[in-house]
Design a protein around this ligand. Structure first.
Ligand code: TMP
Ligand code: ASP
Length: 242
């Protein structure tokens, strides 16, 4: 990005720049990948572009299904224009299938399909290592009203229904994903951040046996290799379907 725009925030995978319209921002998707709260770091050329293009398609799909999101339009292959939001410091994880931290912290076996989606809410705070919260802890910290928390949970469940069936149609199992929400200028809650293989677990259903083939950031987290090939495969399937 040229320096016509002011950098207002830099996260692990994205940079946020000001826009001429103060109600909008420009989001640049970086090639950097981190895992385990940035204990593990790498760069994958082309990841930013793929995540930006995938997120744009998914946000459009959600918009068509009446989910309010911050996405306005693509600016380039790795930048998008979005509504400026006041980010709620919570990471909302929805799990359809047990994997990852759920299996490290409980006795539930990896790959167990959950009878109903499980929602785990974490504090978005790198210094505290994004701890798992309870409803009471959220209330104690005065992060948001109980009503707004319910609204976010309802939206997450709706988003899961839309994404689960969409991904199933392109032969992908939506194992789990993480969302972030924020308040727009009218104080409405809208979906922010990104929806990409960086924050969703997607397993290939085009397999003859039961082996798990991850087409997401687990390729980096678990040193499986082939991250760009996996993300490209996801983008190709989405593009061919929509
Ligand atoms: P977990 O099994 O490590 O808790 O991850 C659950 C889902 O949330 C998985 O799809 C990856 C995503 N996630 C993020 O997007 N950011 C994070 O910081 C973490 C820990 C998980
Ligand atoms: N986003 C997190 C980190 O950087 C972890 C993850 O996605 O697994 O460190």
């Amino acid at each position: 990005m040229n320096n016509e725009y002011e950098l207002i925030y830099e996260g692990k995978a994205k940079k946020v720049f000001s826009h001429n319209d103060s109600e909008k921002v420009i989001i640049e998707f970086k090639d950097d990948a981190t895992a385990f709260n940035a204990l593990k770091k790498a760069k994958f050329e082309g990841k930013g572009k793929l995540n930006c293009l995938i997120s744009a398609r998914i946000f459009e799909l959600l918009k068509k299904n009446d989910i309010p999101t911050h996405f306005i339009k693509l600016k380039s292959e790795n930048t998008m224009i979005a509504q400026k939001i006041n980010v709620i410091p919570l990471e909302i994880v929805l799990r359809n299938t047990a994997y990852g931290s759920l299996c490290k912290q409980t006795t539930i076996k990896a790959g167990t399909v959950l009878l109903k989606p499980l929602i785990d809410i974490y504090l978005k705070n790198d210094e505290l290592n994004d701890p798992l919260l309870t409803r009471d802890r959220i209330q104690l910290m005065n992060i948001l009203s109980s009503q707004d928390l319910d609204l976010i949970i309802d939206l997450t469940i709706k988003i899961n229904e839309i994404l689960k069936s969409f991904f199933y149609n392109i032969q992908l199992q939506l194992v789990d994903f993480k969302l972030e929400f924020g308040y727009d200028f009218n104080n409405n809650i809208i979906l922010g951040d990104e929806i990409s293989p960086d924050n969703c677990r997607l397993w290939d259903l085009n397999q003859k046996n039961d082996t798990i083939v991850s087409l997401d950031k687990d390729r980096f987290r678990n040193d499986l290799g082939g991250l760009i090939e996996a993300y490209s495969e996801i983008y190709q399937r989405i593009k061919d379907f929509i």
